[in-house]
Design a protein around this ligand. Sequence first.
Ligand code: S3P
Length: 164
Amino acid sequence: MKAILVGFMGSGKTTVGNLLAQRLGMPYHDLDDIIIQRAGKSIQQIFDDNGEAAFRQLEHEALVDSMADNGILGTGGGTPIQLTNFEILRQSQIPVVLLDVLPQTIMDRLKDDTQRPLARELGLTGLVDLKGQRDDKYEAVSDFRIATDRLTPLEVVDEITKKT
Ligand code: S3P
């Protein structure tokens, strides 16, 4: 991979990742999409049928299998939190970019979301708590952080290309 994007749900990883990949003329890989393809069902359905632990196992396998591919990788919001993934990301030679957002921005972006099991379970204040618990790990695996709240996705892409 040329770069790996990490950050909480709603931070723009997929949107920015696609644009960045286009800009660099390389493919975009999204861990959530790889998992959906492999499992043949949605993430919500995997959580409902098999539970979160099964989802995390699929996510870990997808990360391991993707690291050597060419392109940009968008991770899921929980990917760096699993210890094995944390070590893979922290030790990788590939630039890891943290896309960060303010709690209010997350709330605005996820308020009508039906496809994110954790957003549905936790509600908005629960999501903000979860982000607070995860922030140290996001910081620890990443090489630099971009606050995306006031930037358009293309401006975020500009920032990333300047720094990588
Ligand atoms: C999750 C984030 C989601 C997805 C799953 C769990 C999390 O990815 O992997 O719903 O634990 O934060 P996005 O960050 O792409 O929404």
